[in-house]
Unconditional design. Structure first.
Length: 972
């Protein structure tokens, strides 16, 4: 490519960066959190990876290194690119189960604790295949970009290109395709993963492409992983394994062209995204409808009704012959434990952040495991066992050093069993005393299989559970007295989960037919039979009054249903032909290799300490413009960014030029979060240039001669300004189940020095001032549902005191307090917000602090020494239109906020010579509405909100109109 073309493209890229940075920037510049400061880290360096991990994970880290190297050999082939070396950070002290790849800075982060819903493959193996595929995607883009762009912008060049041009459904769909093709399991062979798109297409028809790919508030839409699998996999099935490699090359080599993704699709397939979706899913829908017509469905009696918004009833058990307890999750409500009797529903309890597959009960005793955050450290959260007695409404909690999941109460209600995981990924089946929480027994099994969802036999002598090994999932029992292990169903890569014992039979969910159904394993003869045959999926078996309770999946979620034994399917497992997943098998043939980790030995590599101080800087991105990520703003200048790999240190260097002032400033900022307090500092130095109105004495001619008069003129004044802000804060998080409390004390020192240049008038201010600011923020909040516009119930208060220090220009002091109250509205997902604030300011002789309390909406800020503001809002959704305007706009929700603000302000009135001439008191009122539309622009994944605020001020009879715009990264 010619140099002139490269320069032109770089200039266009800067313009594109300015346009899309507000929509994609902050999604790449982020830290997932921090581990406790006391943790010591080590590292292993292989040919292609640097593993960074806590020192107590040494042995397991060698296995992880070996797994990643094996994945490297095969995980890149269908994209035709071998990525460069990358760091992999292992978070082992948290209960979170996840993995991610970020590119500014580039790294892989793995949360190593498995959850109870994983498919039939080792958790680390799953993560390694999936996340490595993301590395291949990103590095291919980075390497294929014009060289000048990576020289000018660093790693963010690839991040911005991907954010602007690659849909998330492709990014995640391609990774799910790869994990399926390179394994015997994978989500492409998991019926519970596949059923959501099937149910939606068959029962409700095909949604528009925008709705299917970007979601909806009105209707449940399968996420980008599920939608992406069908899109990416179906395209590969039709057009070959290397089709998407060509797409990535086109985007990278022409990063500034208009819609390169659509252009390549059109050229290679004849379809754009929308048309490709309609073609693929029309074929899928016909196929799924034919499959459904060929099923001999068992009749089930529905115990719950479909709701307006998707609702799932799961993990039910019978309290008695007429009452059922279940876990209810709704898009429009908090997760609840509910009691169902004869069509009536009653809330029993609202839990906190409950883990997947971790709720159960024994009659009136309920038990579950939920996540509790650490007071300070994001990656040191814990699991807590919660026991709740329905009869007396008493709750008891147990906390442990290790992580506990899937607790199950014994029939005699004196013990409970749970899956236990330590920080080095050793797995145990443990039994505890229900009254004290003391561990009574701990079982560790050969080869360290991962364990799922134990259940008790009727006399409390045996536990039945699912075990995961390199051969897949098996159904196993252990005798608590002689510790004898029995395998009831041999290991395979089909799903086996959620066992439930009753009357000499172990009921469980199995996927042998390609649809999740309920099965029964009879202990007396060892026979296993299929009981249910449903359209899309059945799960969570339980026995009630001789009938089988189950959760039956529909396009509106899991509905509770019952199946009479006399209506059961009755097909023996021996007679069932294992399901072949045609798409998954095609993808596997394309990759040509299923990775076998069963004989994987720990890598023979040396490790060494990873010194935090030695790696505090990691400069990853830069730009020939000044980028303010926090404010999503771009200005002329230059910027340089650093974030260390542990996410504890962030550095920003730059020069920002102000067009309006025709002057610029140098910026150095640093934030360190690796200690219990968080340290934050920023230093700015540069020239300032502004027009001021000044009074000049001018000689004018009069009939009697010349006279001197004062005249107000505009004069441009230039000066130097040095400013520094440094703060220390302690962000604390407390949780009591469904409530979360935040406490954040903070102290900040600020300094500003004004000095003259050679052209600065001598009478212009010269000097400095400095001040201390003390803040204390307190908040208590109840969780919110997906469709809530604000917290349902919350209280927040902030205390502020700012004091100008002696030895400098006098800027006085300020004391303020402000708070918010949140209440539920009159209807679901409505809300009421009340704001109250008061500040008392003592202006200094030279300057005064700005306002800390907001003024009523519609009014401009003004100087005062006392300010009181009261504000009320009523927020509500108006409509969920799911309306598209081509690829330009996709409108998902329109919402409104009706408000009334009241304020009073007092202050001094100054004469023209700067002397206090009196006092003023002003009253302010405003009422109005904020109307906001939520959706997506240009099919970018980042949700955008655009609207206006209209405020009427009755005291002045003025009307104020303001445009509202915001970008949300919470859903990414």
């Amino acid at each position: 490519m010619k140099l002139s073309c490269l320069i032109r493209n770089s200039c266009i890229f800067i313009f594109a960066l300015a346009l899309i940075a507000p929509l994609t920037g902050r999604s790449q510049y982020f830290s997932t959190g921090q581990e406790p400061a006391k943790i010591k880290w080590r590292q292993i360096n292989t040919a292609n990876f640097q593993l960074i991990y806590p020192e107590d994970y040494e042995e397991k880290a060698r296995q992880v290194a070996s797994i990643f190297e094996k994945v490297y050999a095969y995980g890149h082939q269908s994209l035709g690119h071998e990525p460069r070396k990358i760091s992999v950070i292992l978070h082992t002290h948290t209960v979170k189960s996840n993995g991610l790849v970020a590119w500014s800075p580039k790294r892989v982060e793995l949360f190593t604790t498995p959850h109870q819903g994983i498919y039939a493959q080792d958790w680390i193996e799953q993560l390694a295949i999936h996340e490595f595929r993301h590395v291949v995607q990103m590095d291919k883009i980075q390497q294929e970009l014009p060289r000048l762009l990576t020289v000018l912008f660093g790693e963010q060049a690839a991040a911005v290109t991907v954010g602007a041009y690659l849909p998330f459904w492709f990014i995640e769909g391609d990774a799910v395709v790869t994990e399926t093709a390179l394994s015997n399991a994978g989500r492409g062979r998991l019926p519970s993963f596949l059923m959501e798109n099937k149910a939606q297409a068959v029962e409700k028809g095909l949604y528009s492409f925008n709705k299917a790919s970007m979601g909806s508030y009105k209707d449940f839409v399968p996420n980008r992983y599920k939608f992406g699998y069908w899109m990416v996999g179906g395209t590969r099935q039709k057009y070959g394994a290397h089709f998407w490699s060509d797409v990535l090359e086109e985007i990278a080599q022409r990063p500034l062209s208009v819609s390169p993704f659509n252009r390549v699709l059109k050229r290679e397939t004849g379809f754009r995204q929308k048309e490709l979706y309609e073609t693929l899913f029309s074929e899928y829908r016909k196929e799924w409808s034919r499959e459904l017509e060929g099923l001999d469905l068992t009749p089930v009696s529905l115990l719950t009704q479909r709701a307006k918004f998707q609702t799932n009833y799961t993990q039910a058990h019978a309290l008695n012959d007429s009452t059922i307890i279940a876990l209810k999750h709704s898009r429009s409500d908090l997760t609840r434990i509910v009691k169902l009797t004869a069509g009536a529903e009653e809330i029993v309890f609202t839990p906190g952040s409950i883990f997947q597959e971790s709720f159960s009960g024994e009659k009136n005793m309920l038990i579950w495991s939920e996540r509790r955050p650490d007071v300070r450290w994001t990656h040191a959260d814990r699991s807590v066992i919660v026991v709740y007695n329905i009869a007396n409404r008493k709750k008891q909690e147990f906390r442990y050093e290790n992580k506990l999941f899937s607790p199950q109460i014994a029939p005699e209600k004196l013990r409970f069993a749970a899956v236990e995981v330590d920080k080095t990924n050793r797995y145990f089946l443990s039994v505890f005393d229900l009254a004290s929480g003391k561990r009574l027994k701990q079982f560790a099994f050969p080869q360290n299989p991962f364990l799922f969802t134990p259940c008790w036999d009727s006399n409390g002598e045996k536990l039945y559970f699912v075990a995961l090994s390199s051969q897949g999932k098996s159904l196993v029992s252990v005798n608590l007295f002689d510790e004898k292990l029995d395998t009831l169903i041999a290991a395979s890569f089909h799903e086996i989960r959620n066992p439930e014992f009753a009357d000499g039979t172990v009921y469980f969910t199995g996927s042998f037919t390609g649809i999740d159904n309920i099965y029964a394993h009879h202990l007396n003869d060892g026979n296993t039979e299929q009981l249910s045959s449903v359209a899309f999926g059945a799960d969570y078996p339980a026995i009630s009054n001789g009938k089988i309770l189950l959760s039956n999946y529909t396009s509106d979620g899991y509905q509770l249903a019952s199946l009479d034994n006399s209506e059961a399917d009755g097909t023996s497992l021996d007679e069932i032909l294992p399901k072949k997943y045609e798409l998954a098998e095609t993808l596997a043939r394309q990759e040509g290799q299923v990775l076998d980790f069963s004989d994987q030995e720990p890598a023979v590599v040396s490790s060494k300490p990873y010194r935090k101080l030695a790696h505090i800087f990691n400069f990853h991105s830069w730009a020939p413009v000044y980028v303010d990520i926090d404010d999503s703003d771009i200005q002329p200048g230059v910027s340089l960014f650093s974030q260390n790999k542990l996410g504890t240190a962030e550095t920003r260097l730059g020069y920002e030029y102000n067009w309006e002032e025709e002057a610029g400033k140098y910026i150095v900022a640093f934030k360190y979060s690796g200690l219990f307090p968080v340290f934050d500092a920023e230093l700015n130095y540069g020239k300032r240039n502004r027009d001021f109105k000044v009074i000049q004495q001018t000689s004018v001619q009069t009939p009697s001669g010349f006279a001197t008069v004062n005249d107000t003129v505009r004069q441009n004044i230039e000066w130097n300004e040095l400013s520094f802000e440094g703060g220390v804060s302690i962000p604390l998080v407390f949780s009591q189940g469904k409530y979360t409390q935040l406490v954040r004390p903070e102290i900040e020192y600020s300094y500003q020095n004004v000095s003259h240049t050679s052209s600065t008038p001598s009478e212009f201010y010269k000097g400095y001032y400095h001040a201390l600011t003390y803040r204390l923020f307190l908040q208590n909040s109840l969780g919110r549902s997906e469709l809530d516009l604000q917290a349902r119930w919350a209280q927040a208060i902030e205390f502020i005191y700012r004091d100008g220090l002696k030895g400098s220009s006098d800027i006085g002091s300020l004391a303020a307090v402000q708070g918010y109250l949140f209440f539920p509205g009159f209807f679901n997902n409505h809300g009421i917000k009340i704001f109250n604030g008061y500040q008392n300011k003592k202006p200094g002789s030279s300057f005064a602090f700005g306002n800390s309390v907001r003024i009523p909406r519609g009014y401009h800020s003004f100087q005062n020494d006392k300010l009181y503001t009261l504000g009320t809002d009523y927020v509500m959704p108006l409509v969920y239109p799911d309306l598209s305007v081509g690829r330009l706009i996709y409108l998902k929700r329109v919402r409104s906020s009706f408000f009334y603000d009241y304020g009073r302000g007092r202050g001094d009135i100054y004469s023209s010579d700067g002397e206090v001439a009196g006092r003023y008191t002003t009253k302010m009122q405003s009422l109005g509405v904020e109307l906001t539309a939520d959706g997506h622009f240009l099919r970018l994944v980042t949700p955008v909100s655009l609207g206006f605020r209209g405020a009427y001020m009755p005291d002045t009879q003025n009307f104020h109109l303001q445009v509202l715009f915001s970008v949300s990264f919470d859903s990414l």
